[in-house]
Design a protein around this ligand. Structure first.
Ligand SMILES: [Zn+2]
Ligand SMILES: [Zn+2]
Ligand SMILES: [Zn+2]
Length: 294
């Protein structure tokens, strides 16, 4: 892991063009271990001791003090995804059309076609197989009766889509991605992914650089201890797990982060209402326990 100072240096060099994105990433990831967290490094521990106060900033206790971060860095992959979406949007704005041949090739490479069965007479879908009557189908639109359905070829579907994007048939999600996700897409989704791929290829280095800089800034902010407070074990637990903090009014009870005070400090009628809700919740929980539900 790079130290705080090294991270800042890396970010600055990347920002002013002294180093390329590939080099910056190698520098950053080379001794980055999956699952290892910044607070396990020596540099972090040393810097942390300089920020740790001698008592909890919420309740003034000195019991097992920790540093609480109000924000955590996002993952690089999340930034990469967001920036790629932005570049895709821009790419589509400047070049909205996709060539029919390109769309066909893209589909063949990346999707399995699972066609929707249609009425042979009027070519409408939404057919339901009849269990006890023959012929098996009766079209709900033209009332034709038949045993064998027909399907559209991929080519026909693409033509329909390119003529009119809102065509009902073109909206069917009848393409299944060949990758592990097996996503169901319609032609409009497929065109988006084709264009996204192109935007990515066109600007891959710029996209990576932008995302990586945002990510580095996040890490630097986290390691700077800006936006942190010293909290005791109890306050840290309440804050992190229960999303609660000490009531600013009585400084005795905890309250949800979204409320102005604890229940005890509410005006009388509101307090009674709140206590009733809690009592009801407790009764409910007890009933569940007694019945063995849970
Ligand atoms: Zn505390
Ligand atoms: Zn029909
Ligand atoms: Zn209170």
């Amino acid at each position: 892991m790079l130290t705080y100072g090294e991270l800042i240096e890396l970010r600055d060099k990347l920002t002013n063009g002294e180093i390329e994105i590939d080099f910056a990433q190698v520098q950053y990831w080379k001794d980055f271990k999956e699952g290892q967290r910044s607070w396990e490094t020596k540099d972090w521990k040393e810097r942390r001791s300089g920020f740790l106060k001698d008592k909890c900033e919420i309740c003034s206790s000195a019991d097992t003090l920790t540093i609480q971060h109000h924000s955590h860095p996002r993952k690089y992959s999340e930034y990469l995804r967001d920036i790629t979406s932005e570049y895709t949007k821009e790419y589509i704005n400047t070049k909205p059309e996709v060539d029919k041949g390109d769309l066909q090739r893209y589909i063949i490479q990346n999707y399995d076609y699972v066609p929707v069965p249609l009425c042979p007479n009027c070519k409408r879908s939404s057919l339901r197989e009849r269990k006890k009557i023959l012929p098996k189908y009766r079209c709900p639109v033209c009332h034709e009766e038949f045993d064998d359905t027909v399907i559209r070829s991929v080519d026909e579907l693409i033509s329909k889509f390119l003529e009119n994007e809102d065509d009902v048939e073109a909206r069917d999600k009848c393409f299944v991605s060949k990758d592990q996700w097996r996503n169901k897409h319609n032609l409009s989704n497929i065109r988006y992914w084709l264009q996204r791929g192109r935007a990515k290829t066109k600007d891959s280095k710029t996209i990576e650089r932008e995302a990586f800089l945002l990510y580095l800034n996040d890490c630097i902010k986290y390691l700077s201890f800006e936006d942190t407070i010293t909290a005791c074990k109890k306050c840290a637990f309440n804050f992190d797990i229960k999303r609660m903090e000490l009531c600013p009014n009585c400084k005795r009870f905890y309250k949800g982060l979204e409320y102005p005070t604890c229940i005890q400090c509410l005006p009388e009628e509101k307090r009674e209402a709140a206590l009733k809700i809690i009592e009801f919740g407790n009764d409910w929980r007890k009933m569940h326990e007694d019945l063995g539900i849970d």
